[in-house]
Design a protein around this ligand. Structure first.
Ligand SMILES: [Zn+2]
Length: 107
Protein backbone atom coordinates (compact mmCIF):
# COMPACT_ATOMS: atom_id res chain seq x y z
CA UNK A 1 0.00 0.00 0.00
CA UNK A 2 1.50 3.33 -1.00
CA UNK A 3 1.38 5.95 1.74
CA UNK A 4 2.67 9.53 2.03
CA UNK A 5 5.62 8.26 4.04
CA UNK A 6 6.54 5.69 1.39
CA UNK A 7 10.24 6.31 0.73
CA UNK A 8 10.08 4.51 -2.61
CA UNK A 9 11.02 6.74 -5.49
CA UNK A 10 9.67 5.87 -8.92
CA UNK A 11 12.45 4.98 -11.36
CA UNK A 12 11.43 7.90 -13.59
CA UNK A 13 11.59 10.34 -10.71
CA UNK A 14 14.96 9.00 -9.60
CA UNK A 15 16.33 9.44 -13.11
CA UNK A 16 14.96 12.99 -13.36
CA UNK A 17 16.70 13.91 -10.12
CA UNK A 18 20.00 12.54 -11.34
CA UNK A 19 19.71 14.29 -14.69
CA UNK A 20 19.00 17.54 -12.86
CA UNK A 21 22.19 17.25 -10.78
CA UNK A 22 24.13 16.20 -13.86
CA UNK A 23 23.09 19.41 -15.65
CA UNK A 24 24.11 21.47 -12.61
CA UNK A 25 27.54 19.81 -12.55
CA UNK A 26 28.00 20.41 -16.27
CA UNK A 27 27.19 24.11 -15.88
CA UNK A 28 29.47 24.31 -12.87
CA UNK A 29 32.25 22.72 -14.90
CA UNK A 30 31.79 25.17 -17.78
CA UNK A 31 32.14 28.21 -15.48
CA UNK A 32 35.02 26.58 -13.63
CA UNK A 33 36.98 26.01 -16.83
CA UNK A 34 36.46 29.64 -17.88
CA UNK A 35 37.65 30.95 -14.52
CA UNK A 36 40.66 28.65 -14.48
CA UNK A 37 41.54 29.61 -18.03
CA UNK A 38 41.52 33.31 -17.14
CA UNK A 39 43.51 32.67 -13.97
CA UNK A 40 46.01 30.45 -15.79
CA UNK A 41 45.27 27.59 -13.42
CA UNK A 42 45.39 23.85 -14.12
CA UNK A 43 42.05 23.26 -15.88
CA UNK A 44 41.91 19.64 -14.76
CA UNK A 45 42.62 19.97 -11.04
CA UNK A 46 40.08 18.26 -8.78
CA UNK A 47 36.92 20.21 -8.03
CA UNK A 48 34.09 19.54 -5.58
CA UNK A 49 31.18 18.52 -7.79
CA UNK A 50 27.74 17.61 -6.50
CA UNK A 51 26.68 14.05 -5.84
CA UNK A 52 24.29 13.03 -8.66
CA UNK A 53 22.25 10.56 -6.64
CA UNK A 54 18.47 10.24 -6.83
CA UNK A 55 17.90 12.01 -3.49
CA UNK A 56 16.89 15.58 -4.37
CA UNK A 57 17.81 16.82 -0.91
CA UNK A 58 21.39 15.52 -1.19
CA UNK A 59 23.86 18.39 -1.58
CA UNK A 60 27.01 16.50 -0.76
CA UNK A 61 30.06 16.94 -2.90
CA UNK A 62 33.00 14.87 -4.01
CA UNK A 63 36.36 15.55 -5.63
CA UNK A 64 36.38 14.87 -9.35
CA UNK A 65 38.64 15.92 -12.21
CA UNK A 66 36.66 17.89 -14.84
CA UNK A 67 37.99 15.64 -17.62
CA UNK A 68 36.65 12.56 -15.78
CA UNK A 69 33.25 14.18 -15.36
CA UNK A 70 33.15 14.86 -19.10
CA UNK A 71 34.17 11.31 -19.97
CA UNK A 72 31.63 9.76 -17.61
CA UNK A 73 28.81 12.01 -18.83
CA UNK A 74 29.57 11.20 -22.46
CA UNK A 75 27.43 8.16 -21.79
CA UNK A 76 23.96 9.59 -21.00
CA UNK A 77 23.19 6.61 -18.77
CA UNK A 78 26.16 7.23 -16.47
CA UNK A 79 26.26 9.34 -13.32
CA UNK A 80 28.63 9.91 -10.41
CA UNK A 81 27.64 9.63 -6.78
CA UNK A 82 28.97 9.02 -3.32
CA UNK A 83 29.38 5.45 -2.10
CA UNK A 84 26.17 4.41 -0.33
CA UNK A 85 23.99 6.82 -2.35
CA UNK A 86 23.30 4.32 -5.13
CA UNK A 87 19.82 2.81 -5.50
CA UNK A 88 20.18 -0.80 -6.67
CA UNK A 89 16.62 -0.83 -8.08
CA UNK A 90 17.47 1.79 -10.71
CA UNK A 91 21.23 1.72 -11.19
CA UNK A 92 24.26 -0.53 -11.19
CA UNK A 93 27.72 0.42 -9.94
CA UNK A 94 30.21 0.07 -12.79
CA UNK A 95 33.33 1.48 -11.15
CA UNK A 96 34.77 3.25 -8.14
CA UNK A 97 37.36 6.00 -8.58
CA UNK A 98 38.89 8.09 -5.83
CA UNK A 99 35.99 9.09 -3.54
CA UNK A 100 33.04 8.51 -5.89
CA UNK A 101 31.18 5.76 -7.73
CA UNK A 102 30.24 5.60 -11.40
CA UNK A 103 26.76 4.13 -11.87
CA UNK A 104 24.75 3.15 -14.91
CA UNK A 105 20.99 3.31 -15.21
CA UNK A 106 19.29 -0.02 -15.55
CA UNK A 107 15.77 1.30 -16.15
ZN1 LIG B 1 23.96 11.85 -2.85
Amino acid sequence: MPSPSDPGLSPRRALENEQFLESINERLKASLLEVRDEAGEDPDAHFRFFCECSDLSCRERMHVRPSRLTAIHEDPDQFILLPGHEVPAVERVVDQEEDYLIVRKIV
